[in-house]
Design a protein around this ligand. Structure first.
Ligand SMILES: Cc1cc2nc3c(=O)[nH]c(=O)nc-3n(C[C@H](O)[C@H](O)[C@H](O)COP(=O)(O)OP(=O)(O)OC[C@H]3O[C@@H](n4cnc5c(N)ncnc54)[C@H](O)[C@@H]3O)c2cc1C
Length: 389
C-alpha cells in the first residue's frame, strides 16, 4: 500500500506529488495520457505562479521560459500598461510545462505511471482506500483527485459542481506572429459581458490568443474570437494562414465550484475542486498553491496522533488562502455580466490607472511587495472584510 495516490499529472498533481515525495512519503502519480501532451490553456503565468514554481525548485533559467513584466489592459479605445508590483511573469506552452513539473516530482522520488486511466475509487468503511484503473487496482492511505475540470473521480463519489458557482469557458489558438516577444500579457476587456480576450507572446515566434467567458450563459467562444480578431491589424498575423493549430476550448471551473474539498480518504486539488479565480480565469497559480497546502496538511496528518482531524482542516486552510478573493471574484463576474456595468467598469478603470492597479491587487491576489503602499493596505483590508464563502 502507498502513502498517497495522485490521480492526474497536471500542475496540481505533479506539484502535490513533488512536495509529498520531498517529505519522504511513498507517492504514486497515475496519468491517463503520456508526456509530452497538449493541454488547452493560455499558457500565462503571473508572479504568483512563478513564486510557486520557485518553491518547487523548477529551474527557470533554462531555455523555453519567456518572461513578462506586467499586463496591458485594452478597452474603450484606451490602453494601460501595469507592471507587476513585484517579481516577473512567464509564459510557457503546456506541452512541456506539465512535463517539467511531472519530471520534478519523479526526481523528488514520486513514481509516475503514464497511460493509466483511473476508472473509479476503491472504498471500504466509508473511506476512499485507493483507485481502480484500466491497468489494475492500487491501494493507498490517501487519494488525491487532481484530475482536472471534469474530475470523474469526484463525480464517482457524488461530488458535482454546485449550481450557484460559476463555470466559465475559454478557447485558444496559436498564431505565428511578430508580436511573439511582447513583454506584456495583453488583455482586451470589452469583448463581451463577463468576457475578455488575451494575446500572450510565447517568445518562440507564436502568440497564444484566446477568449474567456467567465459565465457560461454566453458559451459561444468561437464567434467571439473570430469577431474580435477580424478587424485587428493584419500585420499582427492573427489570420487563418498564420494559425499554428486549431482553435480549442475547455471549461473553467471557478470559485471553488466543486466541494467539499475533503471526503474521508480523498482530497481535491486544482481544477477538480474548482480552484480557478473567477475574476480572471487564472488557475495554475491556485492549483500549485492548493498542492502546497494539501501536502502540508497531509504530512502533518501522517505524523499526528489524530490524522483524520488534521485532514478535515484542509478545506478551511483553502478557504483561508483564497476564499475571500474568490467570493469577491464571483460578485465581480456577476456584476460585469450586465453590459452597462462592464462598459462603465472598463471606461472608468482604464482612465484611472491607480484604480486598475487596486482592482488587479484584490481580484488578481498578486503577491504583496515587501514595502506596502496605501493601495496595498486598502486592498488587504477590503479582502479581509469579504466573507470567505
Ligand atoms: C483555454 C484556457 C486558457 C487558460 N489559460 C490559463 C492561463 O493563461 N493561466 C492560468 O493560470 N490558467 C489558465 N487556465 C486554467 C488552467 O489551465 C487550469 O486551471 C489548470 O490546468 C489546472 O491544473 P490541474 O492540474 O488542476 O488540472 P489539469 O491541468 O486539467 O490536469 C489534470 C490531469 O489529470 C489527467 N486525468 C484526467 N482524468 C484522469 C483519469 N481518469 N486518470 C488519470 N489521469 C487523469 C489529465 O490527463 C491531466 O493531465 C486556462 C484554461 C483554459 C481552458
Amino acid at each position: 500500500m502507498r502513502d498517497v495516490i495522485v490521480v492526474g499529472a497536471g500542475p496540481a498533481g505533479s506539484a502535490v506529488a513533488c512536495h509529498l515525495a520531498r517529505s519522504g512519503l511513498d507517492v504514486l502519480v497515475l496519468e491517463k495520457t503520456s508526456f509530452p501532451r497538449e493541454k488547452i490553456c493560455g499558457d500565462g503565468l503571473t508572479p504568483r505562479a512563478v513564486q510557486e514554481l520557485q518553491t518547487l525548485g523548477i529551474d527557470l533559467t533554462t531555455p523555453g521560459w519567456f518572461p513578462n513584466r506586467g499586463i496591458r489592459l485594452i478597452g474603450s479605445g484606451r490602453s494601460l500598461e501595469l507592471d507587476w508590483p513585484e517579481g516577473q511573469g512567464l509564459t510557457r506552452t503546456r506541452a512541456d510545462f506539465d512535463e517539467i513539473l511531472a519530471r520534478q516530482a519523479t526526481s523528488a522520488g514520486a513514481a509516475l505511471q503514464e497511460n493509466t486511466k483511473v476508472t473509479g475509487p476503491l472504498r471500504a468503511n466509508g473511506r476512499v482506500t485507493g483507485v481502480d484503473t484500466d491497468q489494475g487496482a492500487h491501494e493507498a492511505r490517501l487519494v488525491i483527485a487532481a484530475d482536472g475540470a471534469s474530475s470523474r473521480l469526484s463525480v464517482a463519489l457524488g461530488l458535482r459542481p454546485s449550481r450557484d458557482r460559476p463555470i466559465g469557458i475559454a478557447g485558444r489558438r496559436y498564431f505565428h506572429s511578430p508580436r511573439h516577444d511582447d513583454p506584456y500579457l495583453e488583455a482586451w476587456l470589452d469583448l463581451a459581458p463577463a468576457g475578455y480576450g488575451w494575446v500572450f507572446g510565447m517568445g518562440d515566434g507564436t502568440c497564444n490568443v484566446g477568449v474567456a467567458l467567465l459565465r457560461t450563459e454566453h458559451p459561444d467562444y468561437r464567434s467571439l474570437l473570430s469577431g474580435w480578431l477580424a478587424p485587428l491589424p493584419a500585420a499582427w498575423g492573427f489570420t487563418e494562414e498564420n494559425a499554428a493549430g486549431p482553435l480549442r476550448g475547455a471549461a473553467l471551473p471557478m470559485g471553488f465550484s466543486r466541494r467539499p474539498h475533503y471526503l474521508p480518504g480523498l482530497l481535491l486539488v486544482g481544477d477538480s475542486g474548482g480552484m480557478i479565480n473567477p475574476s480572471n480565469g487564472e488557475g495554475i497559480a491556485y492549483a500549485l498553491e492548493a498542492a502546497r497546502i494539501a501536502a502540508d496538511v497531509i504530512t502533518t496528518a501522517f505524523s499526528s496522533p489524530s490524522p483524520e482531524r488534521t485532514l478535515r482542516a484542509y478545506p478551511s486552510a483553502l478557504e483561508r488562502a483564497n476564499g475571500r478573493p474568490f467570493t469577491l471574484g464571483r460578485a465581480f463576474t456577476r456584476a460585469i455580466d450586465d453590459p452597462r456595468i462592464m462598459r462603465l467598469a472598463t471606461r472608468q478603470g482604464l482612465s484611472h490607472p491607480s484604480l486598475m492597479r487596486f482592482a488587479l491587487k484584490i481580484f488578481g491576489g498578486l503577491p504583496t511587495p515587501a514595502t506596502r503602499s496605501t493601495t496595498d493596505h486598502l486592498a488587504a483590508a477590503l479582502t479581509k472584510l469579504t466573507p470567505a464563502s
